[in-house]
Design a binder for this molecule. Structure first.
Ligand SMILES: N[C@@H](CCC(=O)N[C@@H](CS)C(=O)NCC(=O)O)C(=O)O
Length: 350
């Protein structure tokens, strides 16, 4: 197996101690080690970047039943992998562990499981698997993570690569009629959209929420809504982001949009408009939500409890708001008229 890169190389943190801005009266950051001197949120790199491959050349061969995907249903980065696993019919090949949406000081817990332990991995905390893989790891212990069941070690927590590999490397285990979510001829376009959506939208909402200076917040807010405006324009005349059916690009945008009004609008101050006030994006998000494989993977209860109860710097009272009214997600979206079909001509719904 390719050796793990040294932790010092993998984790480049911008500031360890209270920053200059903090001393000048800047708000205390939620994540000190991921906050720049200017008060910007700078996300830590993924620690385990090995890949699980069809030919096993990485040391982690694709094998049915060998791995366990650990997710929080609250987490947008993990949500991608839940959707892709379902659309591709990988449920039997890759089992799923769901953590409690509320972390304690030891991080993600398996407190939803009998005895507080994951029944397959036998551990109480995701940190146990991180520790088994790298005892010196000091960054945040994050989901999604794919664990090698036999050794209890983390094979990967590289969320952007995980979904691409489920599509491309796990192909032999896909269900009959599984869609191609990352078609070769569209990859360049999908990658370009994904990069913009990651910077300004997926991570952009966090850059708004975890900013600790007015300037850093405003910069992230403007980039977010400028990008949402551009995406609205693009989606006004086409049903999906790239091509004529759902791709990885739609999955990545959807997992942020579906959380927008429930958490990002209020909790992260992304409040120029609610999703329900952006007509094109709202219809697009409903269309995707109502597609088999999407809506049933959304857990608004986990989403709201996680964000409002675990970011104590942002929500001191930890009160979870009762709203918003979610009934609109099931209303007609009218986007069939734009053409295309969710899974293309050759695939079937899960
Ligand atoms: N692996 C990425 C992204 C995944 C991520 O941030 N997941 C969140 C949940 S949405 C998490 O596990 N957070 C744990 C923590 O903050 O301690 C990272 O390290 O930033």
């Amino acid at each position: 197996m390719a050796p793990h890169r040294g932790i010092a190389a993998a984790i480049r943190v911008p500031a360890q101690e209270p920053t200059d801005a903090y001393r000048r009266g800047m708000t205390a950051p939620q994540f000190t080690r991921e906050t720049s001197r200017r008060g910007e949120f700078v996300r830590q790199p993924n620690r385990f970047t090995d890949r699980i491959t069809a030919d096993g050349s990485s040391g982690w061969p694709v094998e049915p039943g060998r791995y366990r995907l650990v997710v929080s249903l609250a987490c947008p980065w993990a949500h991608r992998s839940v959707i892709v696993r379902r659309l591709l019919g990988l449920e039997d090949a890759l089992s799923l562990a769901v953590v409690d949406p509320i972390r304690d000081e030891r991080g993600w817990r398996f407190t939803l499981d009998p005895g507080g332990r994951d029944p397959v991995l036998g551990i109480g905390f995701l940190a146990d698997a991180y520790r088994a893989s790298d005892p010196s790891y000091e960054g945040r212990v994050t989901v999604p993570a794919i664990i090698d069941i036999r050794t209890g070690k983390v094979a990967t927590n590289d969320y952007p690569q995980i979904t691409l590999d489920l599509s491309t490397q796990w192909r032999a285990l896909h269900r009959p009629g599984a869609p191609d979510l990352y078609p070769e001829r569209l990859r360049e376009e999908i990658d370009a959209i994904n990069a913009d959506v990651f910077g300004d939208v997926n991570n952009g909402v966090y850059r708004c929420g975890f900013a600790t200076t007015q300037e850093a917040y405003e910069q992230a807010y403007r980039a977010l809504f400028d990008r949402l405006d551009a995406l609205s324009e693009r989606l006004a005349n086409q049903r999906y982001l790239v091509g004529h059916s759902i791709t990885e690009a739609d999955i990545r945008l959807f997992t942020t949009l579906v959380r927008f009004d429930a958490v990002y609008h209020g909790h992260f101050k992304c409040n120029r408009h609610k999703l329900t006030e952006m007509p094109v994006l709202w219809a697009y998000a409903r269309d995707v939500f109502q597609t088999p494989g999407f809506g049933e993977t959304v857990d608004f209860d986990h989403i709201k409890r996680h964000y409002y109860r675990t970011h104590e710097q942002l929500n001191l009272s930890r009160i979870v708001p009762l709203g918003p009214d979610l009934s609109g997600w099931h209303t007609p979206h009218g986007r069939e008229a734009l053409g295309g079909s969710p899974f293309g001509a050759d695939a079937t719904p899960p």
